[in-house]
Design a protein around this ligand. Structure first.
Ligand code: GLN
Length: 482
């Protein structure tokens, strides 16, 4: 097996046994990036030299017996996490030349645990999108192709499309992502890998470029559920620099993967049986239910009655928060500034008009509209009330079940040109993922099969707030069912 095919768990063992060095492991991944990134465009920035230095340091720590758990493990970092001294673009022209003077808490924790960063992964601009088509640095190609139509280039999903494509193609062993409305789970599903959005507050948002602060959840991608557990264990934990960070102990997620599902009650929410759902997605779901039953879980029908309001609620609250968060990009304090004279107001207007792409401008317009004096009560305030009802649905259902099982996305990966002219069609991708963001509960996508074209499909496991451990137990039981 080549070094780029190993799991994180196996690579950590191999490094400790001396089967290969951390430098060799990083070199293998840099070679894969050199060969495949021109086609995939998964990385915006590759930091080869720094990666090799870190790998050499990991080899010294391994030899001295002082290696941390992730010593020498090569990762991709979504280019939304600020990395000290390394350009951080958020996929936007407006931050195209921004070099942060500090490191985000999540990436700091990974570095402290010995991880090697290969570079910064492509994403939809400011993490707004489900296709990676809105990046100012160009689209990312999904490494998977349709069996029937192998020439069509498919999207990797979004917004963390570069992270997911890099892990799926063996350019990195794992990656960081963020999930505001589905941006870890949907790309994981489209690329055939695992990804978990932990509970809101489990991973610090400090140093992550803000999209919608009450919805932004950092989390990991990897090729296996256990590898996600290893990465989350390192990324998670209380951070006094993020006032919404939870001051709770982080359980051993890796052990949780081996716990099994015997005696667990799993709910199947009837509202997720979307009308016109593809037969293959239904079949996958039924297969997952059967698998959990065989493994000793009890599976029951449940109801989350406000599910149908999830998308509308999300597409009011997320743009509202985005319009406020993105007000700071004014051409004065950060990044891009439009050329030409004019007064201060023109400087703001031109810098923002030229610096932001079309989707980001659309969200700012929607956000300022729903927050405006005349429409605040009708849209924003009402959306906040509906959000409380959606959260209450989850609170109630989790009195009777330990976890929920649903599909991750309504389809497999689609073509790069598709769904681009109609934003509403694009937003429908998020129908199964946004409720867990609105409620702040943990949710994971597990690769669970393929469609008739050979494209990956994912199942979603949703858990109680701060009970990622049960999500890992159920995810591990579903893994490899394809
Ligand atoms: N697709 C959703 C959106 O466009 C979710 C993005 C995300 O989770 N960052 O807002």
């Amino acid at each position: 097996m080549s070094l780029t095919e190993l799991t994180i768990a196996a690579a950590a063992d191999g490094l400790r046994r001396g089967d290969f060095t951390a430098v060799a492991l990083t070199e293998a991944h840099l070679a894969a990036i050199a060969a495949e990134n021109p086609r995939l465009n998964a990385f915006i920035t590759v930091t080869a030299e720094a990666a090799l230095d870190r790998a050499a340091a990991a080899d010294r720590a391994l030899a001295a017996g002082t290696a941390r758990p992730l010593a020498g493990i090569p990762l991709a970092i979504k280019d939304l996490f600020c990395t000290e001294g390394v350009r951080t673009t958020a996929g936007s022209r407006i931050l195209g030349n921004f070099i942060p003077p500090y490191e985000s808490t999540v990436t700091r924790r990974l570095l402290d645990d010995g991880a090697v960063f290969l570079g910064k992964a492509n994403l939809d601009e400011f993490a707004m999108g489900s296709s990676n088509m809105t990046s100012a640095f160009g689209p990312v190609a999904n490494p998977h192709r349709r069996r029937q139509d192998p020439d069509a280039v498919l999207v990797p999903g979004g917004s963390s499309g570069g992270s997911a494509a890099a892990v799926a193609a063996g350019l990195a062993m794992g990656a960081t992502g963020t999930d505001t409305g589905g941006s870890i789970r949907q790309p994981a599903s489209f690329c055939g890998i695992a990804g978990i959005k932990p509970s809101y507050g489990r991973c610090s948002r400090w140093g992550v470029v803000a999209f919608a602060s009450s919805l932004d959840h950092p989390g990991p991608f990897a090729r296996t559920v256990e590898d996600c557990a290893i990465l989350l264990g390192s990324m998670a934990g209380h951070d006094p620099k993020d006032s919404t960070s939870a001051d709770l102990p982080v359980p051993d997620y890796r052990t949780a993967c081996r716990r099994g599902v015997k005696g667990l009650r799993i709910g199947v929410p009837r509202e997720y049986r979307a009308e016109g759902m593809a037969g293959e997605i239904e079949a996958l779901w039924a297969h997952g239910i059967a698998r959990l039953r065989e493994a000793g879980a009890e599976v029951v029908d449940v109801s989350l009655p406000h599910t149908k309001y999830g998308l509308a609620t999300y597409y009011i609250i997320a743009p509202a928060e985005a319009s406020s968060n993105l007000a700071r990009y004014d051409g004065v304090r950060f990044g891009f500034r439009a050329a030409g004279g004019g007064d201060l107001r023109e400087l703001y207007e031109h810098s923002r008009a030229e610096g932001f792409g079309a989707e980001v401008r659309r969200r700012i317009l929607i956000g300022t509209y729903v927050l405006s004096a005349g429409y605040y009560d009708a849209y924003y305030l009402r959306a906040q009330k509906v959000r409380a009802l959606i959260k209450r649905d989850f609170d109630e259902v989790f009195r009777g079940v330990d976890a929920l099982l649903t599909p991750t996305a309504p389809s497999a990966a689609f073509g790069q040109g598709e769904k681009m002219d109609d934003p509403v069609t694009m937003y429908l991708n998020d129908v199964f993922t946004v409720p867990a963001d609105l409620a702040g509960v943990p949710a994971m996508s597990v690769p669970a099969g393929v469609d008739a074209d050979g494209l990956p499909l994912g199942l979603q496991v949703i858990g109680r707030g701060f009970d990622e451990a049960t999500v890992f137990a159920v995810g591990a039981a579903l893994e490899g069912m394809g």
